[in-house]
Design a protein around this ligand. Structure first.
Ligand code: GLY
Length: 357
């Protein structure tokens, strides 16, 4: 079993990775989070994941001899809203859920973000938060690092809080039940880590057969994330590199009402766009675009804007990475080396013209 630690300002996350680890969930929760003595556990999960893992996990956690209840949210980014959060607050208060109790997020990125936000805000913060990510995207990225939040009609993740989970249990075995589209969406985030920090990943992703090396890929991505987050937990600077491909990605995701494209598909479009723009202004080494495209396409990921450039630009402007009239944009100089630039929005609009060609 791989055990990694992320030392945050408020608390430390223990991240455990191993195939089949969910079978040991009760024991791992006991050894990691029980010293403060929660008196009950609320599992937050979604309608898709519940049918697969909820019963089994509730059964395993019954070993802890604590009351366990669950709150089911509707699956999909379109439900990552304050309304969903309010529904969970209702359930928690109906159960007289206390600050020392435990929230377990069981699901993908949406569930993890919502449950984390609830843990950060209900009663000004719940003591124990465990993330059990069941999608590749959540395993390699969103379950680690403490970003939590929900979307507003104006844009993605516009309300949120930083709250490091106490424990993250990553079981790559659950990925066997993941629909191919979701698996490929997670691959986009792995490719992102390859682009910004670990170019070897760009070769390894193409060698992953039948999940065999996926545990290694997950671990490599998480190690990068830990380094970045420990250096800049609240995204004052360095952490912005993790948003590579996300600025334009969030724009296209929003234009598709969060249903047309998966997050990974949107990020794939955003990464291809960032590399194309970077090459056109001489920041990115020539040839990167040509190399990146077939890697993304190997996972069926889109690589060109699905909407007119002008519309993508407008949708992007509400992204929270905007500061005044400028946007923090992440380029790569070459694979493994990033360059962040604060660009006036009008300049960015000009740079984006190349995406319409
Ligand atoms: N997903 C990007 C970050 O956690 O900063």
């Amino acid at each position: 079993m791989k055990v990694l630690k992320l030392i945050g300002k408020q608390n430390t996350s223990t991240i455990m990775i191993e195939k089949g680890i969910l079978k040991e969930a009760a024991e791992l929760c006991r050894t990691t989070c029980m010293e403060m003595g929660p008196s009950q556990i609320c599992m937050i999960t979604d309608t898709n994941v519940a049918g697969l893992y909820l019963k089994e996990l509730e059964h395993r956690l019954s070993e802890l001899k604590l009351p366990i209840f669950h709150h089911m949210i509707r699956a999909g980014e379109e439900h990552k809203t304050l309304e969903t959060v309010a529904g969970i607050y209702d359930t928690l208060s109906n159960h007289q859920f206390g600050r020392d109790d435990m929230i377990i997020a069981l699901g993908g990125g949406v569930t993890g973000d919502i449950a984390g936000y609830v843990a950060a805000t209900y009663l000004r913060g719940i003591r124990h938060l465990v993330q059990i990510p069941t999608t590749l995207l959540a395993q390699v990225d969103s379950s680690v690092g403490g970003k939590t939040g929900v979307d507003l009609p104006q844009g993605k993740n516009l309300v949120g809080a930083f709250r490091q989970p106490d424990l993250v249990l990553i079981d790559p075995e659950v990925l066997t039940s993941l629909p191919e589209k979701d698996y490929h969406s997670g691959m986009a985030e792995i490719i992102k880590y390859g682009c910004i920090s670990d170019p070897e990943l760009l070769e390894l992703v193409l060698e992953v057969e039948d999940n065999k090396r996926i545990t290694e890929l997950i671990e490599r991505c998480i190690r990068i994330k830990i380094k970045v987050v420990e250096a800049d937990e609240t995204e004052g600077g360095l952490r912005r590199i993790l948003n590579f491909g996300h600025t334009i990605g969030h724009g296209v995701e929003k234009l598709g009402n969060y249903t047309k494209l998966s997050h990974g598909e949107a990020v794939a479009i955003g990464m291809a766009a960032a590399v194309k723009m970077g090459e056109s202004i001489g920041i990115t080494k020539d040839g990167c675009f040509e190399r990146l495209i077939p890697i993304l396409q190997a996972f069926g990921l889109p690589t060109a804007l699905t909407e007119p450039v002008e519309e993508v630009y407008e949708a992007m402007l509400t992204d929270k990475k905007k500061q005044g009239d400028s946007i923090h944009f992440v380029f790569i100089e070459e694979f493994g080396k990033t360059q962040m630039k604060k660009i006036p929005a009008v300049e960015l609009k000009k740079m984006m013209k190349v995406l319409g060609d």
